[in-house]
Design a protein around this ligand. Structure first.
Ligand code: ATP
Length: 244
């Protein structure tokens, strides 16, 4: 894969929080339609990678290129406009607002003439949300809140979605629901980086896998190559490496 062809190309990225180096020499490339799983134990640097690509944390070194353009120092709102949507841990929805109001706020980023159609489409992708459209989103189940977060992210037709621990804290049935939704996006050709604690599900789902350990890429390759030994060595205790 050449850098010119890649949708996203991260090269030798370094990120510091004060004196601490949170990412060191991290590189990864994604083509259109790829799904990459970023795995690693707590504090490995997964969210930092997502936040740096999204323009929320500055890089101390290295580059991030999107569609061949250097976006390393681009502000988060411009990165969003370029087509990279970051779905943070914690969902980023407004609990006091209804489902419709949450989706409408996201649709406001679109030109006026496109908003109605985009909102209808967002409801069609997740029929559960349509049923719950008048409900305050804080009252939705965790899985439904994740659907809402995804649907808000999708409404502007992003070129890349970065989903940070979407299944965190969800009951197994709701994790299924989240992976079903991600599966539909994958089938529709959406390019994704998924950060996941459910390692086996993420590996089944992804085309490529990046394992971070202490801010560095410890292993990278096709999911079939990520055997138990690698997972146990880098994901440590507490990681779901035994199955789903
Ligand atoms: P988790 O699974 O716990 O979310 P992670 O792999 O996403 O972990 P990061 O949140 O990227 O890891 O954190 C990487 C390192 O940077 C950790 O040592 C963390 O304590 C540190 N860190 C993260 N955010 C900050 C911050 N805002 N200021 C200082 N240090 C930070």
């Amino acid at each position: 894969m050449t850098a010119a062809k890649a949708l996203l190309s991260v090269q030798a990225l370094n990120v510091r929080y004060g004196p601490a180096l949170a990412l060191q020499n991290v590189s990864l490339e994604l083509n259109r339609g790829d799904v990459v799983a970023v795995l690693g134990s707590n504090g490995a640097g997964k969210s930092t990678l997502a936040r740096t690509i999204s323009g929320l944390v500055p890089a101390a070194g290295g580059t991030v290129a999107f569609e061949g353009k250097d976006i390393t120092r681009r502000a988060a709102h411009r990165v969003r406009r370029d087509g990279i949507v970051y779905l943070p841990e914690g969902r980023g929805i407004f609990p006091a607002l209804t489902v419709t109001e949450n989706i409408r706020m996201a649709a406001d980023l679109l030109p006026r003439g496109q908003r109605r159609h985009a909102m209808d489409e967002a409801m069609e992708v997740f029929p559960n949300l349509a049923i719950r459209r008048g409900v305050k989103s804080g009252l939705l189940s965790g899985g439904e809140q994740q659907m809402l977060s995804l649907s808000r992210g999708l409404i502007t037709g992003p070129k890349l979605i970065i989903a940070d621990e979407m299944s965190l804290g969800l009951a197994p049935k709701l994790v299924d629901m989240v992976f079903d939704a991600l599966g539909r996006l994958k089938a529709a050709g959406v390019t994704m980086i998924i950060i996941e604690q459910f390692v086996h599900r993420a590996l089944k789902f992804a085309d490529q896998c990046v394992v971070l350990s202490r801010g560095q890429v410890a292993w990278q390759g096709a999911p079939e190559g990520a055997d138990q030994e690698i997972l146990a060595r880098y994901l440590g205790e507490g990681a779901d490496v035994t199955g789903d």
